[in-house]
Write a protein that binds this ligand. Structure first.
Ligand code: GTP
Ligand code: MG
Length: 695
């Protein structure tokens, strides 16, 4: 069986960056120049192919990562265009998990912005080799060298400029290719070919300096170049390209390019660089996994002959075709109609249709082989992060970690008819988006939805109305507080009922201990000598978990606790799972109250970029909002304020900042960590919660 496309000529890449850097514009140009689209899509007039959702076109921003495929120089490039807004960070996370390489886009004026740092860290975590594209060189104030410095300083990366810009701002014309020592002029018309011109005399010295520096940096990291360099040989463009590829794949340096996507400048060289420097699936180490039967670590080669293994990374409720599951094949191959095993859930699944996705359009294929990203229909029990594999050789690939939601609002259906529709729609949306959660508050009867930020929840509510036709009213945004304990305690939980005939008897002793932030919950069974029979122990854990979810102090979920079940007793006749579950819940609730409980609040990392004249007002305002300014950094004409601030103090900050600075400052907010709420506010929130319960 021959492959549909040779692996060595496949590139699976993601376009990542701060909001508005031009990722979608770059992707649209790529689609145009590779002949995928015949009309240039434009973000500003809502015609971008990649931003196909109604919400995206209205707002001019990307919300969901969209995948597409194109061809360049006999290579197949699978591209995922990701959103820059931090509220949609899950989309970046899952894309980086399954991609082999990244193109990081920067705004040539703003340089490295807050969100670029975040996506850079995410890419580091998955060791994704990347190249950088300094975009918007046509804007007044665009500065290639400043951006290079920022890449080095803020991202702690090793930039390897392989191009220099020809001019900047209004006079921006094209690029100087340092590898080939050639200059290319772009007239800006979409259909014009790049024109080779002589390197301007005024740039010659700079070119020589940069080319020399490039060779030196490569020599530091690559023995073959080092050898040629030491022996004084002339280094050829192809030697340089090969060394750049090796250094990039080893994550020891990042080739830097520039251009202006909007003005159609520099896109063809960017495509060349994707092919030259970014990895094919074959360049990656064999994928590591856990044998689902033995728990031992195993590896799978990137090969069609190996047993099938794939990771599901995205689930979409498509209004036309239904439930679509996207997956990346790591090894082996799969055909339409094949039975596969979902090792994460222990369930068999049958592959229905297989689709290559082009934004929201699709192309049917019969098979998917190693290295491919496809979507499939017909999987019922597969969710984001699940491993699909060969039934006879089940393995578990590393799943995807997502941040917890920090913001919540209550949501109420407008009519009775909306009620059922709403439950169904919310269920579908939670399947799509792992950072979106739905819970039901039994005390107030309210449905609560939570997510990453105000924009995230706003988009979800709008989708409920426009895509699912659900009428709903939403409350004011609320902070997703959590509860935890600060000292260890031992506590008894007893549930005993004597009601004539069959009674109830469950009795446990728990040790509760605080754990570090973000570690969640751990349950340890330390029962010796069957003081509690084995079959009741999962019920105790279940009881503890349920009580943790509903909270103790103020009704917020309890987190970061280790519970050790170390003693208890049972009754031959009256004991039941139910009784032990109750005993577990009772012990947890009493234990938390004894263990000096506190409320945790989400703290955000806030970055404000402003002209100097507003610095004082902005900082004064932040101080009044429990903000903690960590440092202020000058960046060209602008200043960057780095601040930590409680989420509760940031509602409506966009409007506030606009009025403080006549709209001249920008900001970005990102979750940082949960932290103890100050004592005076703890009281306030606890009272509110009690008021809600009994008021
Ligand atoms: N001057 C100039 N503007 C550009 C360039 N590239 C993109 N833009 C503009 O920048 C804005 C944002 O572009 P997008 O392509 O939507 O940016 P994005 O990175 O996809 O944004 P998100 O997906 O929302 O994070 C739009 O108004 C574009 O027209 C460029 O090269 N030069
Ligand atoms: Mg976009």
């Amino acid at each position: 069986m021959s492959r549909s496309f040779p692996l060595a000529r496949i590139r699976n890449i993601g376009i990542i960056a701060h909001i508005d850097a031009g990722k979608t514009t770059v992707t649209e140009r790529i689609l145009y120049y590779t002949g995928r689209t015949y009309k240039l899509g434009d973000v500003d007039s809502g015609t971008a192919v990649m931003d196909w959702m109604e919400q995206e076109r209205e707002r001019g921003i990307t919300i969901t990562a969209a995948a597409t495929t194109c061809y360049w120089q006999d290579h197949r490039i699978n591209i995922i265009d990701t959103p820059g807004h931090v509220d949609f960070t899950a989309e970046v996370e899952r894309s980086l998990r399954v991609l082999d390489g990244g193109v990081v886009v920067f705004d040539g004026v703003a340089g490295v912005e807050a969100q670029s740092e975040t996506v850079w860290r995410q890419a580091n975590r998955y060791r994704v080799p990347r190249i950088c594209f300094i975009n918007k060189m046509d804007r007044v104030g665009a500065n290639f060298r400043r951006t290079l410095d920022m890449i080095e300083q803020r991202l702690k990366a090793k930039p390897l400029p392989v191009q220099l810009p020809l001019g900047s701002g209004d006079s921006y014309q094209g690029i100087i290719d340092l590898v080939e020592n050639k200059a290319w002029y772009f007239d800006g018309e979409p259909d014009s070919e790049p024109k080779e011109i002589a390197i301007p005399e005024s740039d010659e010295a700079l070119c020589a300096e940069f080319r020399h520096a490039l060779i030196e940096k490569l020599a530091e990291n690559d023995d073959r170049i080092l050898e040629a360099y030491l022996e004084g040989h002339e280094i050829t463009p192809s030697q340089l390209r090969e060394a750049l590829r090796r250094v990039t794949l080893a994550n020891k340096g990042v080739p830097i390019l520039c251009g202006s996507a909007l003005r159609n400048k520099g896109i063809q060289p960017l495509l060349d660089a994707i092919v030259s420097y970014l990895p094919s699936p074959l360049d990656l180490p064999p994928v590591r996994a856990i044998d689902a039967k033995t728990g031992a670590e195993v590896t799978r080669p990137v090969s069609d002959e190996a047993p099938f293994a794939a990771l599901a990374f995205k689930v979409v409720a498509d209004p036309f075709v239904g439930r679509l599951v996207y997956f990346r094949v790591y090894s082996g191959r799969v055909e339409v109609g094949d039975q596969v095993f979902n090792a994460t859930r222990g369930k068999r699944e049958r592959i229905g249709r297989l689709l290559l996705m082009h934004a929201n359009r699709r192309e049917e294929v019969n098979e998917a082989d190693a290295g491919t990203i496809v979507a499939t229909m017909g999987l019922k029990n597969t969710f984001t992060g699940d491993t699909l594999c060969d039934t006879s050789q089940p393995i578990l690939l590393e799943s995807i970690r997502f941040p917890e939601p920090v913001l919540a609002v209550s949501i109420e259906p407008k009519t009775r008819a909306d009620q059922d529709k709403m439950i169904d729609a919310l269920q579908k949306l939670t399947e799509e988006d792992p950072t979106f959660k739905v819970s039901y508050n039994e005390e107030t009867g309210q449905t609560i939805i939570s997510g990453m930020g105000e924009l995230h929840l706003e988009v979800i509510v709008n989708r409920l109305v426009s895509e699912f036709g659900v009428g709903a009213r939403v409350g004011k945004p609320r902070v997703a507080y959590k509860e935890t304990i600060t000292v260890p305690v031992q506590v008894e939980g007893k549930f005993v009922r004597q009601t004539g005939g069959h009674g109830q008897y469950g009795h446990v002793w728990l040790q509760l201990e605080p754990m570090t932030r973000g570690s969640g919950f751990q349950f340890i069974d330390a029962i010796k000598g069957a003081t509690i029979p084995k079959q009741y122990i999962p019920a105790v854990e279940q009881g503890i978990k349920e009580a943790m979810e509903t909270g103790v102090l103020a009704g917020y979920p309890v987190v970061d606790i280790k519970a050790t079940l170390y003693d208890g007793s049972y009754h031959e006749v009256d004991s039941s799972e139910m009784a032990f579950k109750m005993a577990g819940s009772i012990a947890l609730r009493e234990g938390v109250l004894k263990a000096k409980p506190v409320i945790l609040e989400p703290i955000m990392k806030l970055e404000v970029v402003t002209p100097e004249q507003f610095l004082g007002d902005i900082i004064g305002d932040l101080n009044a909002k429990r903000g903690h300014v960590e440092n202020i950094e000058a960046q060209g004409e602008m200043y960057i304020i780095h601040c930590l601030i409680p989420l509760a103090e940031t509602f409506g900050y966009a409007t506030r900042l606009r009025s403080l600075t006549q709209g001249r400052a920008t900001h970005s907010l990102e979750f940082f960590q949960y932290k103890e709420l100050p004592a005076e506010l703890t009281e306030e929130i606890t009272e509110q919660a009690v008021g809600k319960r009994y008021g």
